[in-house]
Design a protein around this ligand. Structure first.
Ligand SMILES: *Cc1c(COP(=O)(O)O)cnc(C)c1O
Length: 458
């Protein structure tokens, strides 16, 4: 059943047009603005914390999901045909090595790579594909740098729907492509980059050929906002001083802002963390926007346009995006949380990634922008060493193993059309050692290891 208590609403302050939840639109048909979903909690707010906690000991499929466990704040009725893979419930790790690297007393990493298909996309895909099922959709699709494709392919398979994804040819990691193929999606490789793929699929969606589940779809954002509820619960309903997240298409930063704002308005939180969005230097239109318009943040003004990056460049392929669809919602997040945007370079990303690995955690390159960014913010005294900081890791280490091996072997390079390949220094490299199958030789290696002072980079 379609929920009639909730509705879609244009985010543009002068418009605020409303649409029913079963209207299959991706933008306001009056002004073209992005759409939000407005939902009222379906239970007494006072009872929610207890209810959500109690569900942790339940085996009902919805209760086992770290998204549907919070369904009172989702725009679905109780009989919704939920498509779930048991997403969410991701760990919040202490990362002492990463904290030392950033010169913080402590640092926590919320690992969204621990989702069923290895990225945070699952948290939004479970709600978007459930909505697709409610609408009676046969064919779902997305444009993707890899993780959205892997996630959608899995959820579509679970829902027994057809799935088509459009990816930039030769730019998706093998692991992500392998997932999409194995889950049975039709993979369409286009000449061009992610932004080209996004443009084409939006056109197809607007013509009604396909149900689009990129993060422009507000049902994705609803699922992803629950990450903030889960984090709040893990931290005893006290948010940290700073929350740091990578930014590509900016769906995640939009969802986090929306989730936090709702928790604040319901009185489930007293204060919000400052959200920092980190982009890769070569794909940083939102950071550029922030530089130009940061003074307007305080009065809640949204800039009228963003300057896209025509040829985004970064080895962190998940955030190699030059025309971020959700930038207005992400801007709102900055104004709600007194947030900021900054950039990090390829070397900083690669080194931070290796440091996160040494904590026994690991992540994909895009995720490591967070730790690289935190290091810069501490150095700039924007974050104090005793403040509470949480970084959100967005994807699993094994999503891009070629990058990892190249880094540790000292063979990672950044290629651009104009200049020679730029080598990345393996600052924390860990090369495999070739030895004979001989106990004496191998024992020498052990001894060398033991002779090293207490290990680990500082
Ligand atoms: C999708 C993705 C991002 C970017 O998230 P946005 O919501 O597009 O900003 C970052 N990291 C990983 C691993 C991703 O898969």
């Amino acid at each position: 059943m379609i929920n009639r208590q909730s509705h879609q609403q244009c985010i543009e302050p002068e418009c605020l047009a409303r649409y029913a939840l079963d209207e299959r639109i991706y933008a306001c048909s009056r002004c073209g603005g992005l759409l939000d979903i407005e939902t009222k909690p379906t239970a007494e707010v006072e009872s929610l914390k207890k209810l959500w906690r109690e569900r942790r000991s339940s085996f009902e499929p919805r209760d086992l999901s770290g998204v549907w466990r919070f369904r009172e704040l989702l725009p679905f009725t109780d009989d919704a045909p939920v498509v779930s893979l048991g997403e969410g419930n991701t760990p919040l790790y202490d990362a002492p090595g990463s904290a030392r690297y950033c010169k913080l007393n402590s640092l926590k990493l919320k690992h969204q790579g621990a989702n069923p298909t290895g990225s945070f996309k699952d948290a939004g895909m479970t709600t978007a594909v459930t909505q697709a099922r409610l609408l009676g959709t046969r064919l779902v699709g997305c444009a993707s740098t890899g993780n959205t494709a892997a996630s959608l392919a899995a959820y579509a398979a679970r829902a027994d729907m057809l799935c088509a994804i459009i990816v930039p040819e030769g730019q998706v990691s093998h692991a992500k492509l392998a997932q999409a193929l194995d889950y049975g999606a039709v993979v369409l490789e286009i000449e061009g980059n992610f932004d080209d793929a996004m443009r084409v699929i939006r056109e197809l969606a607007e013509q009604g050929n396909i149900y689009l589940v990129n993060s422009i779809n507000p049902f994705r954002i609803e699922g992803q906002k629950t990450v903030m509820i889960e984090l709040a619960e893990q931290l005893g309903w006290e948010m940290p001083d700073h929350l740091v997240v990578p930014g590509g298409n900016l769906g995640n930063s939009s969802a986090f802002g929306k989730g936090l704002q709702e928790l604040l308005q319901l009185g489930l939180l007293d204060r919000l963390p400052q959200i920092t969005v980190v982009q890769a230097e070569g794909a940083a239109p939102f950071a550029d926007l922030f530089q130009k318009h940061r003074n307007e943040l305080r009065d809640g003004e949204i800039p009228s346009e963003i300057k896209n990056v025509a040829r985004p460049k970064t080895l962190a392929s998940a955030i190699k995006i030059g025309a971020p669809v959700s930038w207005k919602k992400a801007w709102r997040t900055l104004s709600w949380t007194q947030g900021r945007v900054l950039t990090v370079n390829e070397q900083e990303i690669a080194d931070a990634k290796a440091i996160i690995g040494r904590d026994g955690i690991g992540c994909e390159p895009a995720s490591a922008t967070t730790v690289a960014g935190i290091k810069k913010l501490v150095a700039a005294e924007i974050i104090r060493e005793d403040q509470r900081v949480v970084a959100v890791l967005t994807g699993h280490l094994l999503k891009d193993s070629e990058y990892v091996i190249n880094y540790h072997r000292g063979k990672l390079t950044v290629t651009t059309e104009a200049v020679e390949p730029q080598p990345i220094t393996a600052t924390f490299g860990n090369r495999p050692v070739s030895v004979k199958a001989d106990a004496v030789q191998i024992r020498e290696q052990f001894q060398r290891l033991l002779d090293l002072k207490v290990g680990g980079p500082t």
